[in-house]
Write a protein that binds this ligand. Structure first.
Ligand SMILES: *Cc1c(COP(=O)(O)O)cnc(C)c1O
Length: 230
């Protein structure tokens, strides 16, 4: 089933790129494997998938300990500062930076490992109370504030759009995130050149690609429904 799902997702990505006049190589599919077993990940790997997303530090650690092939693992979920220390050498990018304490801790741990960690600033485009992320009007100041950190590379912005049956209703948020990135880039903050937009999930990744997504994070559409009760 994973193989068929991946073929369908890939076809959808290609159509969306075509509609938007974008090259397929501009969009990276992150297979979101949270809650799913290593056997599912191996099935996706057999189809050529090399980029995976997880939202829990313990799970990303367990899975990277078990799967030692060269893959890219993205930390896409809410992150507590006290868990950052486990991520250098494990995650290639953190998508969920939304507070100074967290950024400071990433700086500290990255410096300790003598690496520069790629990060995205999570923006709560729809101002949902239930979601993490910085508000759009605070994003520019926040980027400026954390840009002083030498071991953090702010690659771009990430958003989790509202859950909806109608993906078109999220277009405004994806367009807004792209415009926010352009606005912040135009401020010429020292050391900040954002080229990444992480937006679009199973329900809305095609619209997100039409609006400029460079990472789409697809879980259910590849691995099927998640069971959180286990
Ligand atoms: C779970 C998750 C996804 C994938 O969601 P699907 O709707 O299953 O595609 C994407 N992004 C984040 C941050 C997630 O936590």
């Amino acid at each position: 089933m994973i193989k068929e799902n991946l073929e369908m997702v890939e076809a959808n990505i290609q159509s969306a790129c075509k509609r938007a006049g974008r090259d397929r190589s501009e969009v990276t599919l992150i297979a979101v494997s949270k809650t799913k077993p290593v056997s599912d990940i191996r099935e996706a790997m057999a189809c050529g998938i090399k980029v995976f997303g997880e939202n829990k530090v313990q799970e990303i650690r367990d899975k990277t300990a078990e799967i030692t092939e060269p893959l890219s693992w993205h930390m896409i979920g809410h992150l507590q500062a006290n868990k950052v220390k486990y991520l250098p050498g494990v995650a290639c990018m953190i998508h969920s930076v939304d507070n100074v304490k967290l950024a400071d801790e990433i700086e500290k741990q990255a410096a300790k490992h003598d690496i520069v960690m790629d990060v995205l600033v999570e923006v709560n485009m729809a101002h949902e109370d239930t979601k993490f992320g910085i508000s759009p009007d605070e994003a520019a100041d926040f980027v400026k504030e954390i840009s002083v950190n030498k071991h953090i590379n702010i690659r771009g912005l990430m958003t989790i759009a509202p859950y909806t049956e109608n993906p078109e209703s999220n277009r405004v948020y994806f367009k807004g995130l792209r415009e926010l990135k352009d606005k912040i880039n135009a401020m010429n903050i020292s050391g900040v050149h954002m080229d990444t937009l992480s937006m679009g999930m199973t329900g809305d990744y095609e619209v997100a690609i039409e609006e400029g997504a460079t990472f789409v994070r697809v879980g259910t559409g590849i691995f099927g429904e998640r069971n959180y009760s286990k």
